[in-house]
Design a protein. Structure first.
Lengths: 114, 113
């Protein structure tokens, strides 16, 4: 079945690194995504990684993928108060007709304190 | 430009009302999506349109009626909703069907009274 799990809450000090973890179950996932949602807002695509990659870096963001363990992580370097938000991990599932369905985790609420 | 716009931002409607949500993108994307997000929950897929044709309906009740008048516009018509339908309705688009990144709009927060 399709299931994506994340820890629900993470608290970090400003300037430290944050690491948000995610596990997924569908081994046929081709892409995995990280989305950010600020209060009352829509989802902002932060980054994504193709399933044959181990790592992807984009400025302060580093995504690590362990396909064997079906584990995905997002590291945010030098975390700032503006990074406080809910972070959703999502896997893409190809469904009938070749369409792409995103299965989201429950979201990790990141709180950054001074 | 990776912008998807949605109107209205907020909507309050009674159970006997008929209203519509609108979504627009000008990125030339050919796949568009409606998601529903209940409070403190992740988004859940409702509908997928590809090349202006309804391709996926995730067993959504008929009181939700999607429409794609052209390749840039996606509407969601609402009729006889229930209070439990109150949620954030998110529109998304992607370049095509298949494995592509999806870009989301800011959502319409719907309250059914």
């Amino acid at each position: 079945g399709e299931d994506v799990e994340q820890s629900l809450f993470l608290s970090v000090r400003e300037g430290d690194s944050s690491v948000i973890n995610c596990t997924y179950t569908d081994s046929s996932s081709t892409y995995l995504y990280w989305y950010k949602q600020e209060p009352g807002a829509g989802l902002q695509l932060l980054t994504y990684i193709f399933s044959n990659m181990d790592m992807k870096q984009d400025q302060r963001l580093t995504v690590l993928l362990n396909k064997k363990d079906k584990h995905l992580s997002l590291r945010i370097a030098d975390t700032q108060t503006g990074d406080s938000a809910i972070y959703f991990c999502a896997e893409s599932i190809l469904i009938s007709g070749g369409y792409n369905k995103l299965i989201f985790g429950a979201g990790t609420r990141l709180a950054v304190h001074p | 430009d990776t912008e998807v716009t949605q109107t209205p931002k907020h909507l309050v409607m009674g159970m006997t009302n008929k209203k519509s949500l609108k979504c627009e993108q000008h990125m030339g994307h050919r796949a568009m999506y409606w998601y529903k997000q209940k409070a403190k929950k992740p988004p859940e897929l409702m509908f997928v349109y590809s090349y202006e044709k309804l391709s996926i309906n995730e067993s959504v009740p008929s009181r939700f009626s999607p429409e794609c008048p052209n390749s840039s516009l996606l509407n969601l018509h609402l009729h006889a909703l229930q209070p439990e339908d109150s949620a954030l309705y998110l529109c998304a688009s992607s370049p095509d069907r298949g494995t592509y990144e999806q870009y989301f709009g800011p959502g319409t927060r719907l309250t059914v009274t």
